[in-house]
Design a protein around this ligand. Structure first.
Ligand code: 5CA
Ligand code: ZN
Length: 411
């Protein structure tokens, strides 16, 4: 499906010390370590299930991976970025039934709103933006391969993946079996379904149910399971051992664990992704912001109220991507003040030299995407300029370009 149009990214390298190598926290290893790539960095980030508008938790997650793409580009790499849209799945179908709408209309409308929100927030678009529906042939092909090699089996017409066919199963999340069993049921799994070989086995293909959409394929009429959707899209567009699998921390298990195992079993190769990077959960009023809980602040609501998307972006970047945090109005007012201060500073004809500021932004972002430290470096330059002036006429332009290229904020 169509992605969205992204802004041009200014080029920064002239006259600056090269940025240090990128280090990221990898869920699998549990530590921050250097992330090396080939000349093209390959990233898959799990996309939305489009049954409601983009909330600030989603936006924070996509901004974190947007920073990663910007850091890679700043290091002179090409970036191959793939994202899915789960445009057929239980929550979407349930919402459509509950509101008396056609599920396709809900998905198309909310996906379009997501694109508009992402473009407004100046999030660089994925190169491949792929819906689950359009990926059905890819899914069928993978499931056929799993069936042929005996790693998929049937329960009342539905097809399941045998998680134990992957010797590395469990290595993404590092969870023990008891923890897995507990979480699986909470996050879309069905540990108690009779007939499964192992309670943790996950659905690959769900046979058609009355009143639900289905597709006639070699697997019979039905629709894809969730995890195999992302595996099929990632393998088709990135191949095995791509650099970063990203998403919110709620996806570590089962989604990223299962997706990795399915790919590893189909290809006989390891690893699926070289690093697994997860964002913290944004909450409101003491709970994770989620569509099912309904405690949401939407990007589009703020935009409709006239809030500058760059202030929204700065508010989200004010929190480190790995922390869980709660949205408050103070996040937005603080970001609006910061945006005004930065705009005033770069509108000046001269200021203090800015090379060290740009290098500080690069240093912060290459150190596990430390956006708050990067913002603090710009704050220091802006307050220096206000308090002490400065006669470097290239400095305001350099800060503007660096804030644009590295932080995605247009001043
Ligand atoms: N379609 C699947 C992924 S294949 C899905 O999880 N969709 S979603 O709409 O529920 O979430 C979209 C992305 O936002 C996911 O990466 C998810 O981990 C992330 N996310 C969801 N809620 C929050 C939150 N409260 N804070 C931060 N990130 C969140
Ligand atoms: Zn996914």
């Amino acid at each position: 499906m169509d992605s969205w149009t992204g802004p041009d990214v200014p080029h920064l390298t002239d006259g600056l010390t090269p940025a240090p190598p990128l280090r990221l926290f990898d869920t699998t290893t549990g530590d921050v370590h250097p992330i090396t790539t080939g000349p093209t960095a390959r990233m898959y980030v799990c996309g939305i299930t489009p049954y409601d508008a983009t909330h600030l938790g989603h936006a924070a997650t996509y901004l974190a991976f947007d920073l990663l793409g910007r850091v890679w580009r700043d290091a002179g790499l090409d970036v191959l970025y793939v994202q899915n849209v789960t445009d057929v799945d239980d929550p979407l179908l349930e919402r459509a039934v509950a509101t008396g709408q056609d599920w396709r209309e809900v998905a198309a409308r909310e996906t379009e709103l997501f694109r508009t929100d992402m473009a407004a927030l100046r999030v660089l678009p994925p190169d491949f933006y792929i819906g689950a529906v359009e990926a059905i042939p890819l899914v069928v092909d993978l499931v056929e391969q799993l069936k042929a090699s005996g790693q998929a089996y049937e329960v009342d017409g539905d097809l399941y993946f045998s998680v134990h066919s992957d010797e590395h199963f469990g290595s993404v999340s590092g969870l023990d079996r008891a923890q897995m069993l507990e979480i699986f049921g909470e996050r879309g799994g069905d540990p108690d379904r009779p007939g499964k070989k192992d309670p943790l086995d996950c659905l690959l293909w769900q046979a058609a149910r009355p009143g639900e959409p289905s597709w006639d394929t070699s697997l019979g009429a039905g629709r894809p399971g969730w995890h195999i959707e992302c595996t099929a899209i990632a393998l088709a567009h990135l191949g095995m051992s791509f650099d970063v699998q990203g998403g919110g921390r709620d996806l570590v298990f089962p989604h990223h664990e299962m997706g990795a195992s399915e790919a590893q079993v189909v290809t006989g190769e390891w690893p699926y992704a070289r690093a697994y990077v997860h964002t913290g959960m944004v909450g409101l009023d003491g709970e994770k912001m989620s569509k099912s809980r309904g405690n949401l602040v939407f990007v589009s609501t703020l935009r409709d109220a006239g809030v500058d998307p760059m202030a929204i972006r700065l508010a989200l970047l004010g929190h480190h991507y790995r922390t869980d945090w709660e949205w408050t109005d103070a996040d937005l007012t603080g970001a609006q003040e910061r945006l005004a201060a930065w705009r005033a500073a770069v509108a000046a004809t001269a200021g203090p030299p800015a090379e060290a500021t740009v290098e500080a932004i690069q240093l912060a972002l290459t150190d596990d995407l430390n956006a708050p430290a990067a913002l603090a470096a710009v704050d220091r330059w802006a307050s220096d300029r206000r308090l002490r002036g400065g006669d470097d006429t290239s400095a305001p332009g350099l800060v503007r370009d660096a804030v644009d290229a590295l932080l995605g904020v247009l001043l």
